[in-house]
Design a protein around this ligand. Structure first.
Ligand code: C5P
Length: 328
């Protein structure tokens, strides 16, 4: 079945994209020890522009490369349907808020606590899928989600406690701010993802048109963010300061990420997206062990990896997944 092929293809590309992004970002950080760093807020804007342009190309292809058809689709679906378009401002605004919350979280928590806590989004996503989409999950599927969360938490468990200086820097107060920020981000991630899924599956409109609508708001919010955080620096040295080849690779992979996530939400769903990103955490850790040799996996890591893989199979157990009334 073509749709089942697209489902596994999109999930596979998501595993590949998430893994490459993590490794490229890590590489760009070690490579960029000297010289000006690129502005993260500018990378967000550039990634949005890339996403919008790619989606326009995809809509162009969907309409047999006819300029007239492209023009009319964009006019009819985006400009002439302001209410439908405005609906996409909700997930877009929530994603912008979420990206900022995660920044607050990372400034107040050590990276491991942040990553482990953020895995709660697997459960919030399942809860929103059940309440907003009417999806039904069997006992094995709920169990597999719990095992998945436990597995990912173990995979990311710090192998040694944070350095004393880091611990001192992270006071109880900032720990509270950080954890609150991650918990709110878990809710927003689940809600925005499922809301986007609902919009996609309730209408016949192409996922790429929806992504253009989402990206337009993302671009506006991103530009505001860039001017608010880095306005002075952009005025001084331009928005492309510190960009190099690796920066462009990171930005392109981030843009690809947005496109693949949209495809996964369309052809699979948000819960399976959680499984794909969990598998990619294991993959990038193993690659960094065998290839970059900057990570020494512990027994806890292997136990976590086994749990994640077991959960993936358990989720697909029970024969067919429960029928999903909202699926187009
Ligand atoms: O952590 P989470 O899985 O919620 O992150 C999803 C990310 O994917 C967000 O940063 C969001 O901006 C991005 N996204 C996108 N296009 C979509 C859906 C999500 O760029 N259609």
């Amino acid at each position: 079945m073509a749709s089942s092929r697209l489902k596994y293809l999109s999930l596979g590309v998501l595993v590949f994209q998430t893994t490459s992004l993590v490794l490229t970002m890590r590489y760009s950080r070690t490579l960029q020890a000297e010289g000006p760093r690129y502005l993260a807020s500018s990378a967000v804007v550039v990634a949005e522009v890339m996403k919008i342009l790619t989606c326009v190309m995809l809509v162009f292809k969907e309409h047999s490369y006819s300029m007239r058809a492209l023009n009319s689709v964009l006019r009819q679906e985006i400009a002439n349907k302001p209410i439908e378009t405005l609906k996409l401002a909700i997930p877009s605004g929530i994603y912008t808020l979420q990206n900022n919350l995660l920044y607050v979280a990372l400034s107040n928590l050590d990276a491991a606590t942040y990553q482990v806590t953020y895995q709660l989004k697997i459960l919030t996503t399942a809860l929103f899928s059940v309440s907003m989409l009417g999806r039904r999950l069997g006992v094995y599927q709920w169990l597999s989600l719990l095992i998945l969360m436990a597995g990912v938490a173990l995979v990311q468990w710090p192998s040694e406690s944070p350095a004393a200086s880091e611990k001192e820097a992270l006071s109880a107060g900032s720990q509270f701010v950080g954890v609150t920020a991650v918990l709110v981000a878990c809710c927003s991630s689940g809600f925005a993802g499922v809301y986007f899924e609902k919009i996609l599956k309730e209408s016949k409109q192409s996922v790429w048109v929806r992504n253009i609508q989402l990206g337009m708001f993302g671009l506006v919010f991103g530009l505001f963010g860039m001017l608010a955080y880095d306005g002075e620096r952009v005025k001084e040295s331009g928005m492309f300061q510190g960009y190099n080849t690796v920066t462009w690779a990171v930005v392109a992979l981030q843009a690809l990420g947005g496109l693949v996530i949209a495809a996964v939400i369309k052809y699979a769903d948000n819960i399976l997206k959680g499984f794909a990103t969990s598998l990619s955490i294991i993959l990038s850790t193993l690659i960094s062990y065998f290839w970059l040799q900057d990570f020494d996996p512990t027994g806890v890591f292997f136990l976590g990896a086994v749990l994640v893989i077991a959960a993936t199979f358990l989720y697909g157990y029970e024969g067919k997944p429960a029928p999903n009334p909202s699926r187009a």
